[in-house]
Design a protein around this ligand. Structure first.
Ligand SMILES: *Cc1c(COP(=O)(O)O)cnc(C)c1O
Length: 460
């Protein structure tokens, strides 16, 4: 571990291979936004300068991960790369069955194809969008039971991703047999990348198990969550990160996972469960849609890269830098009066667009307006997490989301501090003309996950 006599938390790596960024003018960016129907998912990445759309699959792999790729064994069945991957997963998450998938949503699709269905209801602290969509696709319902502080952007709470335990208990009493499992998202992505405490997870596990329900982790950012536990939860300051991860894993009965997050992959995911019968059902579906159980939707080389990534992400030097670099952006925005979810999350800064663009009503999508303005002004791509993403109800009606956020997700090990300083400057410019920004309406949308493909038109 580093001496702690220096204030500057540096990137604990140096750059080994670089990618060029294309500079664009504001006029070019306005034209690109219009061509994309003001949906930033539809903008070509080449026209983006700093891409904070997501931290999913966008991280930089390490020298050792690229080296591991050379060890990839592409045997169809029983590849040694599978066993390397399985052992790396089980070292942190000791579940009996590890089932690789091409990404997290494939694991969700398989799990909820088995556990979901009409009449079923599934609680979580907050379901991520693909989780919710995969549950709803089976005609089951997804319910969010995060603590009240988790919905208040200004509330300072060390573990805003926690589940409301009293509500969970009441929910399980009320819904009884309709509940096939309880989910817990660590960290709580849709709720601001906020962590869950060990004590809360233990409480959730006790309640779920008392009702005879299995608990599954949506564990995409398990290492960031573990770092917050170490920093913030009494009794964990001296605990090793892998031990914290194993303790959390041991409270649950399985997990869905996107390896594009903390496992440092550009692709990948897995489903892991203890229950033999459930695993057998999931493997049967896996073979239909993903592939043979020793590769899932992945190449042997991907499995090797992920196994190596799992050893790197639990490094304390990495996690200290990671969490500090997110906090650095949040602190700078706060200092210029731009309200963010507090405290800053692990992988992203969530700007409160409702507060900044208070003249735009929720169903005119203030988050979308801010995201488009950041792109047009400085080529910074972010992601609305508000009424565009969550406003459409299963019955087709519109309801404002709990919060109107713009997420600035920080890819792992990808951008330097000067890139982030530039982002801060872009915000400063947008802030200066916030009252000129207008809302948007949706002119075309698909039935599910509309934020990826919906077309927008400016209202002014
Ligand atoms: C990214 C993510 C998923 C889905 O994973 P993909 O790999 O994108 O399919 C599920 N849950 C959470 C919390 C996520 O962040």
């Amino acid at each position: 571990m580093a001496d702690d006599v220096f204030r500057t938390v540096i990137e604990p790596f140096r750059i080994h291979s670089v990618e060029p960024l294309k500079m664009t003018t504001a006029a070019q960016r306005r034209a690109a936004a219009e061509r994309a129907a003001y949906n930033l998912f539809q903008v070509d990445a080449i026209d983006v300068l700093i891409d904070l759309l997501t931290d999913s699959g966008t991280g930089a792999m390490s020298r050792d991960q690229w080296a591991a790729i050379q060890r990839g064994d592409e045997s169809y069945a029983g590849s040694p790369s599978f066993f390397v991957f399985r052992d790396a997963v089980q070292n942190l998450f000791p579940y009996r069955h590890v089932i690789p998938t091409h990404q997290g949503r494939a694991a969700e699709k398989i799990l909820f194809s088995v556990l979901g269905g009409r009449g079923r209801v599934i609680p979580s602290n907050t379901h991520f969008d693909t989780t919710r969509a995969n549950i709803e696709f089976t005609a089951a319902l997804a319910h969010d039971l995060v603590i009240a502080e988790g919905l208040d952007p200004r509330a300072e709470h060390p573990f805003k991703g926690n589940m409301d335990l009293a509500r969970l208990d009441a929910y399980l009493h009320e819904q009884g047999d309709a509940v096939p499992c309880v989910m817990m998202t660590i960290t709580n992505n849709s709720g601001g990348g906020q962590p869950v405490s060990m004590a809360n997870l233990r409480g959730v596990a006790e309640i779920a198990h008392a009702h005879g329900k299995p608990l599954f982790l949506d564990a995409c950012r398990f290492a960031e969550n573990a770092w917050f536990v170490k920093m913030r939860e009494p009794g964990y300051a001296d605990a090793a990160i892998p031990d914290i991860v194993r303790e959390m894993a041991g409270l649950a009965d399985g997990m869905t996972m996107s390896a594009k997050k903390d496992p440092m992959g550009n692709i990948g995911g897995w489903l892991a469960v203890n229950d033999d019968e459930l695993a057998a059902q999931c493997r049967n579906l896996l073979i239909l849609t993903e592939g043979f159980p020793t590769y899932g939707g992945l190449a042997g080389r991907d499995l090797e890269a992920l196994a190596q990534g799992l050893t790197e992400v639990v490094s304390e030097d990495y996690l200290r830098y990671r969490i500090r670099s997110t906090g650095y952006l949040a602190d700078a925005l706060e200092a210029m009066g731009i309200e963010c979810i507090k405290p800053a999350g692990g992988h992203a800064v969530y700007v409160d667009a409702r507060a900044l663009l208070s003249h735009i009503p929720p169903l005119e999508f203030p988050g979308q307006a801010l995201a488009v303005a950041l792109y047009e002004t400085g080529g910074v791509r972010s992601c609305e997490i508000g009424s565009v993403m969550f406003g459409r109800q299963p019955d087709g009606s519109e309801k404002p989301a709990a919060m109107e956020l713009v997420r600035l997700a920080i890819p792992r090990r990808t951008y330097t501090q000067s890139h982030i300083d530039y982002v801060i400057e872009v915000f400063d410019q947008v802030r200066g003309r916030v009252s000129d920004l207008g809302g948007y309406r949706i002119v075309e949308e698909p039935p599910a996950l509309r934020h990826f493909t919906a077309k927008f038109a400016p209202l002014t």
